[in-house]
Design a protein around this ligand. Structure first.
Ligand SMILES: [Zn+2]
Length: 135
């Protein structure tokens, strides 16, 4: 657990370069530091049509600076892959069954988290990321 103002300072320090490193600098990414309704370190909602994203970082689940930066990067990667939200919205529009939508959303979440995790792994293994993290 960290103080919200300390998390805020870390977010403000790292967000611009992280946005650039991930390639989402044209997005309007609004980041708040506050409790998340679920037991998560952070969450992200992104609308690719308007290129607006809202990220929440939960200070209760933040361990240290590195942890906050990794959480912020994770949530920003959700912005990067949010283009597929257009497909999800179309599916929701076309499918009537509540059960089917729940099943589709479960698969959706599984696939999205896996894609984000795979990008994180790739970034962790690249010298590019190491350069970023050390500056
Ligand atoms: Zn995630």
């Amino acid at each position: 657990m960290m103080e919200a103002m300390d998390v805020r300072a870390i977010v403000d320090q790292h967000a611009p370069r992280l946005k650039k490193a991930i390639g989402i600098e044209r997005w309007d990414v609004r980041i708040t530091v506050e409790r998340c309704p679920e037991q998560v370190k952070g969450q992200c909602e992104a609308d690719p049509r308007y290129m607006i994203a809202e990220i929440q970082i939960d200070p209760e689940h933040a361990e240290d600076e590195d942890d906050v930066v990794k959480t912020l990067r994770h949530e920003m990667l959700h912005v990067l892959v949010s283009q597929f939200e257009v497909y999800r919205a179309a599916v929701h529009h076309l499918v009537d069954s509540e059960d089917a939508l729940n099943a589709i959303d479960e698969v959706w979440t599984f696939a999205t988290e896996n894609v984000v995790h795979n990008i994180e792994t790739a970034l962790d293994q690249s010298s590019y990321n190491l350069d970023y993290m050390s500056t």
